[in-house]
Write a protein that binds this ligand. Structure first.
Ligand code: IMP
Ligand code: MG
Length: 187
């Protein structure tokens, strides 16, 4: 796992780069199969910033023609606790939304509030269809009833970083997902 000085802040690797590679391949195959007969466009919607690494890998493995788009939202009150309020910092601005089958690509589901809100928001906005895909899922943390259509891996209730996920904007470039040492955020 030696990659950078930031490795030292990681308690242990939870999802290795090799496992992530297998997960993205499996999800891409399912997406290819599920969307092969759709009418309209398939649009992968990356939720910035955490999903950018997953999105980049996933889109390369999907064989169907895809368009990509971005939204930036935040739900976190403090660095490791969700506030439940969703704020849109960058909105989706498409005049062709009624022709778009949107697949929201997220890094992790925690309370479920972000994706539950976004799904409703995009449907109300007139999308042809809306589905969700997440690399990681922490089912124990759920506060609203929400399940993603594609889930890479369920993980225990631990604060994780790497492969796009951050703590205070650090650790996003680590090639694996690891549990952050508690001493880093419990100071
Ligand atoms: P939710 O709305 O509570 O489901 O929050 C999802 C968002 O919280 C994700 O997109 C992440 O940005 C952030 N998040 C939740 N758990 C973690 C974690 O363990 N590490 C880093 N970010 C996390
Ligand atoms: Mg996020």
């Amino acid at each position: 796992m030696r990659h950078s000085v930031l490795d030292n802040d990681v308690e242990r690797v939870l999802v290795s780069a090799e496992e992530i590679d297998r997960i993205t391949t499996e999800i891409a195959e399912k997406i290819d199969n599920d969307y092969k007969d759709i009418e309209g466009k398939l649009v992968l919607l990356c939720i910035l910033k955490g999903s950018v690494v997953f999105m980049g890998d996933l889109m390369k493995k999907i064989s169907l023609p895809v368009e990509i788009d971005f939204m930036k939202v935040s739900s976190y009150g403090s660095e490791t606790q969700t506030s439940g309020r969703i704020k849109i910092h960058l909105d989706l601005n498409r005049s062709d939304i009624s022709d778009c089958n949107i697949l929201v690509v997220e890094d992790i589901i925690d309370s479920g509030k972000t994706l539950s809100y976004l799904t409703d928001y995009l449907k109300l906005g007139g999308a042809k269809s809306v589905r969700t895909c997440t690399l990681l899922d922490k089912p124990e943390r759920r506060e609203v009833d929400f399940q993603a259509d594609y889930v890479g891996r369920q993980i225990p209730d631990e604060f994780v970083v790497g492969y796009g996920l951050d703590y205070a904007e650090k650790y996003r470039a680590l090639p694996y997902v690891g549990i952050l040492k508690r001493c880093i955020y419990e100071k």
